[in-house]
Structures are given as structure tokens and as C-alpha cells.
Design a protein around this ligand. Sequence first.
Ligand code: NAP
Length: 489
Amino acid sequence: MSTIPASEEHRVVDQVPKQLYIGGEWRDGAKGRLSVEDPATGETLTDVADASVEDAKAALDAAVEAAPEWSRHPPRERGEILRRAFETIIARADQLALLMTLEMGKPIAESSAEVAYGAEFLRWFSEQAVRIDGRYAVAANGQGRLLTMKQPVGPSLLITPWNFPLAMGTRKIGPALAAGCPVVVKPAQQTPLSMLMLARILEESGLPGGVLNLISASSSSETMGPLIADPRLRKLSFTGSTEVGTTLMAQASQNLLRLSMELGGNAPFIVFDDADIDAAVQGALIAKMRNIGEACTAANRFHVDARVMQPFAAKLADKMGAMKVGRGTEAGVEVGPLIDGRQRHKVAALVDDAVGRGARALLGGHARAGAGYFFDPTVLGDVPAEATLLREEIFGPVAPVRSFGDEDEAIAAANDTQYGLVAYVYTSDLKRALRVVERLETGMVGLNQGMVSNAAAPFGGIKQSGFGREGGPEGIDEYLETKYVAISL
Ligand code: NAP
């Protein structure tokens, strides 16, 4: 792959509609413009509309108005709109991947993978739209009949983070639209461009005006607060940090909103001495370095059997050290910049804290000088239990490695966190695999693989990683209510 010419970069940015999308119309935001930065250069890429509270209310008004028709819209047609959007995304995958790299920083190959993954939710839920069913049963006493039906929850607010600018949107939009719920979408202010393109694609795919409304805003609390407090809103689906999720949950309690909370993670990656070490290193690279480590599913802690600790850490450092760091549009780059200076500062502080407490840097350990927010791939050995990065989400290309003595110790270490999103386990012993998987306190487990994301599977966490599931047959239930009808015979 060769480096992409600047003219092509300008072309894909120019193509993005940069206004708010409300009630089927593109319009300016009352607060002016909001700039979007390229994290690889620190330079402004473009700007988009900045919504006011009134704009946000207008978006909810439009969703509320669209709700009755959209809930009765034939499921097949709802599915076909999603299917057309899927086809369009695939047809424009290269442009969408470039756009994503420019606003978020990840290498083009990874952006392409996210475009494919993100599109898959639209295909999956286009197929689920026609499988919303109910139940008919004879009452236990034989006298009456029980009927249950599933109905759309209603107008839903979808708030997404910057780390997967497209897929975190489609994972919510796909099931919501398939279920018959109109939505207001608010992407992260750092990465609104991919979602704006998605709104345009859904518009082109025949989505009626008002069913999807998009708000970009410089103040998320100011614009979202009134919507969450509005009794016409029926559902909030949030992906982001546990800290913000907790605040939103408190706000949502006033109206007892239906909630889905996809929050932070602190994934353990466990390697037993019977594992295929080369396969474990390969899986570790994916679990750690995908998205520059800026993934809720990123392996945050490596727990390795003391007997295989040395070869595992050495091979991991070797492979991570060979990865090319640079702007995601450049040929051969495998590690892009972090999203901003604040995130890079946080990663550096976590590394300094660990080293200060006695960890050994086997690789890297430093921010890169120059433009952009680059941080060198880093492997830390002998990480002491008190190191802060074992408890906090690192969100960067840093792999702390610790050893354990036996299975119980490994499981206790893995579960020693407030989070519970995903864990990774490498072992070739089937009985041990099942024993360990059952005892891990997480919503998902990667067994001998370093990635779990799949549109056909229920993605989600427990403990402070939140609740609710996205993807799989479970994903659409987040946007459906069950109504029970008691029938007298
Ligand atoms: P964040 O700071 O929590 O922000 C997420 C979204 O919430 C953004 O759109 C943000 O808008 C908005 N927001 C922030 N404060 C708000 C408020 N008071 N009211 C309403 N909206 C508000 O998270 P982030 O830094 O973007 O993303 C990283 C986090 O997301 C990590 O913790 C990661 O683990 C988590 N994540 C979880 C999953 C999962 O599926 N479990 C997936 C991906 C990411 P602004 O852009 O305006 O701040």
C-alpha cells in the first residue's frame, strides 16, 4: 500500500456533510462551528456544526414526530433500508476508511477493518428486523390464553465515543432502526465525520426524514442533559467511559429511562504454561495493539505463568518493537497517534508511575517528540501489584506483564478489578479452559484468540463495564418492550 496523496485526503473530507441532520434536513448549528483535528499532525482538518440546546431539542422533536409511522413501517422495508446502507458502505469502504484514519488516527488497514465490522451490524440487523416475534400460550389453569408481543421502545438517544467512530454508531443504529425506534445520535466531538457520512448514506438509502437525527456539539452535557430529562425520550444507549456512564445513569433515573451502558474495560490476558506461546504472542499483539491500544477490549494486563513468562515477554517486546509508528495514511504504518495530548499525557503518567514503583521497561516507555500524539509501543516487565496501570484503563500501546504461580492465582489476579468487559485466555487444556472461563467475571472471553468483536455475538460487560448487549440476536431486544395480553376464552 502506498502513501495516500493529500488531494485524496481533501476530497474525502470535502465530501462529508458538515451540518446537523434534523428531520431529514441538513442545517447549521446555532452555536457556530466545531473544529476537528488530525491527531497525527495536530492540525485542523475541517469544522462541523456546533449544536445548541434548541438544536438538540429540535432533533428529539423530529424523532418523536417520526415515531408512530416508523414503528408501523413494514419490517421488511426497515430491513431493506439497512441492507442498502450496508451495500453502500462496502462500496465506499476505501473513502470511509481514509476519513476515519484522518479524524481518529488509526492506520488505514485498521480503519478498513472497522468499516467492514461497522457495516456488518447494518447487515445483521437488516436480517433481524423481520424476526421480531412473540408467543402464544395456554394459561396454566387452561382457562385463558397468554399472548406476548414485542414493540419498539420509542425515541432513543445514542451517544458514542471517538475510538471506533463508525462501528459504535452502527452497533446502536442498526438494532434501533430495525426494531422501529427513531433515534437522535450524538457522536464524540473529536470524530464526528464518519457518523456524518453514515447519516448521509442512510438518507441516500431511503431512510425517512426524522427517523435518524444527528447532533454534533462542543458541549455534550449542555445539549444532552435536556434530552435525557425530556419525558418523550424512552431510551438512552451510551458507549463511553464508566465515569460519564455513571453520571448519565443518574440523570436517566429521573424518567426511569431504558438504558444500555457499554463502558470501560481492564481486560486481563492470561497465558498458561501449556499454551502455544507463539499463538499467544500473536493474540496478544491483536488484543493490545488493535486501535493503538485505544479499545475498551484492549488487553490491559498480561498475567503469564512464571514458567513461560520470559519467552512470552521477550517475544512480545520483539514483535511490538518491530511495528512501524507513524501517520495512519503512510505505507506500512501499524501504530498511529493517540487521540490527543491529554490521552498521551495520561499514558505517559501511567508508565512513569509503574517504572517509578519498580517495573522494568523491556521496550519503549516514552512519548515521541514532534507533531502529533505518538507514543512508542511499550512492554513493562516485573510490574508491581501497586502500579496504577493495573487498575486503570491505559488506552495506549503499553503492555504490563506480570507472572503467576498457579491457576487460582491467575484467576484471582484477573478478577481483581472493578471492570468486567472481556478477558483473554490462552491454554491448550480443554478442561482448564472451561474451568477458567466459568470463573472469570466478564461479559466476554476470548479463548485462544485476541479479538471477540463480531456482529453476530452479544457484546457487553458486567460490573463497572456496564450492562446491555450489542450485536447478536440479543442486540435488538435492547430496543424492544414486551407487551403481555391476557385473553379470556
Ligand atoms: P467519554 O468521555 O465517556 O465520552 C463518550 C461520549 O459521551 C462522547 O460522545 C462524549 O461527548 C459524551 N459525553 C461526555 N460527557 C457527557 C455528558 N456529561 N453528557 C452527555 N454526553 C457526554 O468516552 P471517550 O473518551 O469518548 O471514549 C473512551 C471510553 O469509551 C473508554 O472508557 C472506553 O473503554 C469506552 N468504550 C467502551 C466500549 C464498550 O463497548 N464497552 C466501546 C468503546 C469505548 P464529547 O465528545 O463531547 O466529550
